[in-house]
Each structure stands twice: as C-alpha cells, then as structure tokens.
Ligand binder design. Structure first.
Ligand SMILES: [Mn+2]
Length: 438
C-alpha cells in the first residue's frame, strides 16, 4: 500500500487513428467532413472532457494518433484542438510514438514531434526510451516511455543482416532487456512508476492491428513488463482492450482503440482507462465510449427457393439504425437475376452506411458428382479418385496425385522439392517443414 502519498488520477487512452475508416462514413453536408472523422473526434472529445472534468493529474496517450505520419492538415488540426484543451488547463500529457506515427521506419521523424518543437507546456513526446519525472499537483510520478521499436532503433544494419524475422525479434529482445533494466533500476522507489509502451506483447489477443501492420511487428515477452518496480503498465498498439496481467501486480493494460477502425473490431467495446495510482497501488477501470455500432449480416441464399425473401428477412433482423453495415451473401450464378438490388437498398436505408457483397458459390466446391452421394462412405482416396475421374484436365497428373495422396495418408513425408532453408539443421521442427500435409 502507498505511504502517505496522495492518489494520482490518470487517464490512459490509445490508438486514436484519427482519419481512419473513411470508407465507412459519408460526407456530413453541414460540416463537409467525413462522418467517421466526426465519430472518432467525438470519442476523443469525451476522453478529454473526462480528463478536464476530474481533473486528472496526467494523461497518457499510448500511440498511433493517425493512420500514418503525414495526416492531412485538417485532421492534424482537429487532433491538436482536442489536446490543446489539456494544455490550456495545465494537465501534463505524454504522447507516445506508435508505429503509425513514425515516418519511414523512424528515420523521418514522427507526426507527434511538432508538440515538442512548439514546446507545448506540460506536453512530453515519448519517442525514446527514457524516464520522465513529472511533478503533478498531487505529487510526483515517473513515466518510462518505450515507443514503437523498429530494427533500426536498437540494432545496426550490420548486426541484423541475413537474419530471419524471428532472429531479429530475438536479438531485439536481448538488446532491449538491459536497456529497460537500466531504466528500471534508477527509478525512485518512493515514487509511483509507470511504463508507457507501444508494443505487441506475446500474450496479446490481436485485434485489427494484426492487419494494419502486416509483417512489420516485433513481439516482446510480457514477462519483460511485469516488474515489481512498476505500479502500472500503460500499453498501446492492440485495438482490443485487455489486461495482460490479471494478477494486477502490476496491471498491464491495453485500453484499445477509441473507435472502430474496421469490421474486425465489430464486437469489441471501445473506451479508455481511468486510473487511481499510488506507490504500490493501481485501481483501474475501463470506461466504455458510446461508439457507432458495426453490423455484419451474413446469409447463404444459394439453397433458398426465394433468395430475395431470405435476404430481406436477414437484413430486417438486426438493429441497423445509424450502424455501419455490411451484407455478405452467397448465391448461385443462376439466382443473380432474381435479386432486386433496389429493394436491398431500401431495406438498408436506416443504416449510417452499408456495403453489399454478393458471393457466387463455386460450382466446383459443390460436389455434384453423382458417384459421391451421401450413401457412399468417404474414403479419402476413393473421393480423390472419383474427383480425378471427373476432371479430364487433371488426367496427366492423376496418377501422381493419387500416388502422393496414398503416401501422405500412410504418414510418409514427401519432399516436393520446395526449398525450406537449412531445415535439416533445425532438428524436429525442421524435418516437419518438409510438408507433411495431413
Ligand atoms: Mn500500433
């Protein structure tokens, strides 16, 4: 428990991504702005409103302000107008640099550095691994900032040349460990300490970020973050809210994004974290924001006698009022003419925006091979043989395919001549890579 030091009130938000998801919005004729920009802004505004109403002693932003490092001026201005409200009432604020904020892998600056350049009072830009000691109205707090790391942040090119992604990841973890250790050791044990980091932790349950940062990501072990010297670990990057350390010693929390960036976040609650902090004590709470709902309608009408009716029925089911809607439906090519698109548009009128995605069921995938009725047992080799017999274009390959299938089913490993670099040197897992399919 904390000594006599006062409780600090802290607001932790992350992954604002202001300017994202415009394809899910429409132009507001009154403002000329995309409605999704307005949605994201209203979420951000609610966060700032809360910070000011309390007022909090500190605001932590976990990174990813915009979709990229060069947002349009009007988007940047809208972001600045909100954060400026914190500066106006002298609430200390740390803006951490996330992967989407960095320009060309960190070598070209970042979208947030302007706040340091302009010396906005009380604002700190977290673009380095360093500990900041902040004197708030209710006492001091230490915040160790760990921005998004790229291979060039900690490693020289010569060190990583020729290494696989996994090996670079390992090397990065090894290099980071003593750097973090050095920072943690010099923390004042009497003062509440926070780690503010933009990273992918290995326990994280991924949301949209998986798609937004394809292949660029490093993963750090969560054990690196669970340290008794820290009272709270404030994360950014993963869009799904979660606490990676349910023991709460310390809490390791992603607040998640403040609005839905895309449909992968359809089912996730969006919000921010409100925290009461003292040395050795962190009481935190996830505060949901009233965001616009997303709704996927998925229906297969390919077997329906009246595909149009079935489709309309599916659309009528959920509450579509003001939601971002997508309709995914399957139909046969010979049903295309019976679908009346005008009626679909009418049925979807209440939605804020919607898209309709018809998908033709593949005739190939429909086993209309008479020999393969349900009465037959499904011996895989027999099925394959029947399939091959019905496909003249595979005649030349048929014998080889049947042969390979038989060997695979017998548990043999087949070398198809695909190159799997030095797999023999990697023992058990390496051998497996020789494509044992089943
Ligand atoms: Mn990120």
């Amino acid at each position: 428990m904390g000594k006599t030091s006062q409780m600090l009130k802290i607001l932790h938000l992350s992954d604002i991504h202001l300017g994202s998801g415009f394809n899910h919005g429409r132009i507001n004729p009154e403002t000329g702005l995309n409605s999704r920009l307005e949605d994201f802004l209203s979420s951000l505004e609610r966060c700032i409103d809360r910070a000011i109403a309390e007022p909090v002693d500190l605001v932590l932003f976990g990174g990813d302000a915009f979709p990229d490092a060069t947002p349009a001026p009007y988007v940047q201005k809208a972001f600045a107008a909100q954060f400026r409200r914190l500066a106006d009432v002298q609430i200390p604020t740390i803006l951490l640099v996330g992967n989407h904020d960095q320009h060309s892998q960190g070598n070209g600056g970042d979208s947030l550095s302007i706040y340091r350049t302009l010396a906005v009072p009380g604002f700190i830009v977290g673009d380095r691994i360093v500990t900041h000691r902040i004197e708030t109205t209710n006492g001091p707090v230490q915040v160790l900032t760990l921005p998004w790391l790229t291979r060039s942040t900690l490693l020289t090119r010569s060190k990583t040349e020729g290494l696989s992604m996994a090996e670079v990841n390992e090397l990065l973890t090894q290099t980071l460990t003593p750097v973090l250790e050095a920072e943690i050791r010099q923390l004042d044990p009497e003062v509440p300490a926070i780690l503010l980091a933009h990273l992918m932790a290995d326990r994280a349950n991924l949301g949209a970020e998986r798609f937004l940062a394809v292949g660029k990501g490093f993963t750090l072990p969560v054990s690196l973050l669970i340290r008794p010297e820290l009272d709270y670990v404030a994360l950014g990057h993963v869009h799904k809210h979660q606490n990676l350390n349910p023991d709460n010693n310390p809490p390791v929390v992603y607040p998640g994004s403040i609005e839905r960036v895309d449909f992968s976040e359809e089912k996730e609650a969006k919000g921010y974290v409100f925290l009461n902090l003292a040395k050795g004590q962190a009481d935190w709470e996830f505060c949901p924001l009233p965001t616009r709902s997303f709704c996927t309608i998925k229906v297969d009408v390919s077997e329906a006698d009246d595909p149009q009716a079935k489709l309309l029925k599916a659309i009528a089911k959920p509450k579509l009022q003001d939601a971002v809607v997508r309709v995914l439906y399957k139909l046969r090519s010979d049903q295309i003419d019976v679908i009346e698109n005008a009626a679909l548009h009418t049925a979807l009128k209440a939605a804020h925006s919607y898209t309709i995605h018809p998908e033709l069921v593949s005739q190939l995938a429909r086993p209309r091979v008479p020999e393969l009725g349900v009465a037959h047992g499904l011996d895989p080799l027999e099925v394959l043989q029947t399939y091959l017999n019905n496909h003249d274009e595979l005649k030349e390959l048929a014998t080889d395919m049947a042969d390979a299938a038989e060997r695979l089913l017998a548990g043999e490993t087949i070398d198809f001549g695909l190159k799997t670099s030095e797999s023999s040197a990697q023992g058990e897992t390496g051998d497996r890579k020789q494509l044992s399919l089943l």
